[in-house]
Structure formats: structure tokens, C-alpha cells
Design a binder for this molecule. Structure first.
Ligand SMILES: [Zn+2]
Length: 290
């Protein structure tokens, strides 16, 4: 179970209508929404991994401390939620170190896991894995093995694997869950797909995900996805509004059903309980995949 801790105004789908310099003036809802998730997970005795955006950690350190105190795993979601393949390596390095240090100061623990904003580690930004490894991250969950307009490395492994970066470092990758149906890789990991498909369809996909029963699967959600009261941006494109606003009012109830239908734990716990494939790919091999 993984939660990307960010506010409704950070998302890429709304970046055309909300600028980062406006973020501080908008009503924040991340704290109350994350608290609701925390209560729900406590009620169901579920421990999750929270990938926290540095921007959020800076403004709500008490919330992050509370998540850690409740036994949840804290990992990094970067600092500014910009797409990595549009950043320079210098800016990415600076933000990575800054957000890791912030979380380590708050929790007093080493932060080892990372998830890129909008899964933006693609063939064009595999250099990010070198920088993550240099910064001390040992695992990553940013690579979606699908074809998508904004992210994904099609045909990359759907099972956890290790990547040898260009500088020779090894970083473990926990890809987002997919199901193979009629020769297609269908995202079955959560987020917008969890809201857009009827719940029984999502449950079917998750249950029929590649490797289900043999290894852990990766589910993700955002605090803003359980918040139908958030401010609406009707000036965003139709497609962005579809991606962001569909079924927000049903998401909390569906999540509660999901918690009853499957067993969940943190990413590290799940990883450590699983005997991983010995698959080791070099990052240049990921570039060459079809
Ligand atoms: Zn995000």
C-alpha cells in the first residue's frame, strides 16, 4: 500500500491552470486528507509506505512525524513535483538531496525509497537512478511497465528487479502493478484507474495482475483522491478534469472495500518477505527495450 503525499494543486493534470508560485496561496487540504487515510489504515491495521513530497514535508512536519510514529514507512516523492525528464540533472540532484534531508531531519531515520512525480523516470531520464543511488536511495518505485502518453517504459519487467546504473550502482525497482489481458498491459495499480473503473473491474484486474499470489503487488493512491470537497478547476481541459475529478466521492468507500479484500503492508516489508527474481538489468538495456 503506497500513498503519494501531495496536495490537489501539485498534480500534473492541473499544471496548465495552476502555477507553482501560486501553491502557497491556495487552501491546503493535504493534512486533513492524509489524517483520514491514517485513521482508515489504523482501523484496518494496515501499514503503508507514504512517499512524501518535500514541499509538503516542509510545511507539515508534524503530519510526517505522526505517520512515522504510527509505524508507517516514510519515503521520498521528490521536492517540487516537476517531471524529471523535463528537469536538468543539476536541479534534480539538488531537489533530491534537499527532500531526503528534510524527511530524515523530521523522522530521524534514513530514507531509502523514492517515487518520481508522475512516474517520470522514463528512457529519457534513466540518469535519475544514478543520482538517486549517489544520494543513498536503495530502492525506487517509479517505472510503470506500460505505454502511456506521459510516462512508462513499455516491456520493462512487471516483477521487482534490480537495475545496474551507468555508474555501476545497483538500485532495486518495484514496478507499478499491471495485468496482462488479451496481450495488453493494463495498469492495475490504483490512482485514476482505481477511480475510473467500477470497483469489481478494478478488483478483477488487481486479482489477475501479473504474478498475483506469487509476489507482492503495488497499489497507490493520493490523499486528494478521497476529497470530493476540494476546489474545482473548470478551466482545465476536459481530459485533465476527467483524470482528476472522476469518482472522487466514491474513492474512500472503495478503498475501505479494497482493504477488506486484500492484505497490505509497507513496500519494504513486502519486499523483504519476497524472494526476489534475480533479474538484473543495466539501465542501457532498459533503453533498448521495445
Ligand atoms: Zn505525485
Amino acid at each position: 500500500m503506497s500513498i503519494d503525499v501531495e496536495d490537489y494543486f501539485h498534480v500534473a493534470a492541473l499544471s496548465g491552470v495552476i502555477r507553482p508560485d501560486q501553491w502557497d496561496s491556495l487552501p491546503s487540504r493535504v493534512e486533513q486528507n492524509t489524517e483520514r487515510l491514517l485513521e482508515l489504515f489504523d482501523k484496518h491495521h494496515v501499514k503503508a509506505t507514504f512517499f512524501v513530497l518535500g514541499w509538503v514535508a516542509e510545511r507539515f512536519p508534524a503530519l510526517i512525524r505522526k505517520l512515522a510514529d504510527h509505524g508507517h514507512e516514510i519515503a521520498s516523492h521528490g521536492y517540487s513535483h516537476q517531471l524529471i525528464y523535463k528537469q536538468t540533472q543539476g536541479v534534480f540532484r539538488e531537489e533530491t538531496l534537499r527532500s531526503k534531508a528534510l524527511l530524515e531531519d523530521i523522522t530521524g531515520e534514513a530514507i531509502e525509497g523514492y517515487r518520481a512525480a508522475s512516474y517520470s523516470i522514463t528512457r529519457d531520464s534513466l540518469w535519475a537512478l544514478d543520482i538517486l543511488s549517489e544520494a543513498g536511495f536503495t530502492w525506487d518505485s517509479s517505472i510503470f511497465p506500460i505505454r502511456h502518453d506521459n510516462y512508462g517504459i513499455p516491456d520493462s519487467p512487471s516483477a521487482p528487479y534490480s537495475i545496474e546504473t551507468a555508474s555501476g550502482a545497483i538500485i532495486r525497482e518495484f514496478p507499478l502493478t499491471t495485468a496482462h489481458i488479451m496481450g495488453l498491459s493494463i495498469p492495475a495499480a490504483g490512482g485514476g484507474y482505481f477511480r475510473q473503473f467500477p470497483y469489481p473491474v478494478f478488483r478483477y484486474l488487481f486479482r489477475n495482475a501479473t504474478g498475483f499470489g506469487a509476489r507482492p503487488q503495488m497499489f497507490y493512491l493520493h490523499p486528494w483522491e478521497i476529497d470530493p470537497e476540494q476546489p474545482r478547476y473548470d478551466n482545465a481541459s476536459w481530459f485533465s478534469r476527467f483524470r482528476h475529478y472522476t469518482n472522487l466521492d466514491q474513492c474512500y468507500g472503495r478503498l475501505e472495500r479494497l482493504l477488506g479484500d486484500f492484505r497490505f503492508g509497507t513496500v519494504s516489508e513486502s519486499y523483504n518477505a519476497y524472494e526476489p527474481d534475480k533479474t538484473l538489468l543495466r539501465s542501457d538495456q532498459l533503453i533498448r527495450l521495445a
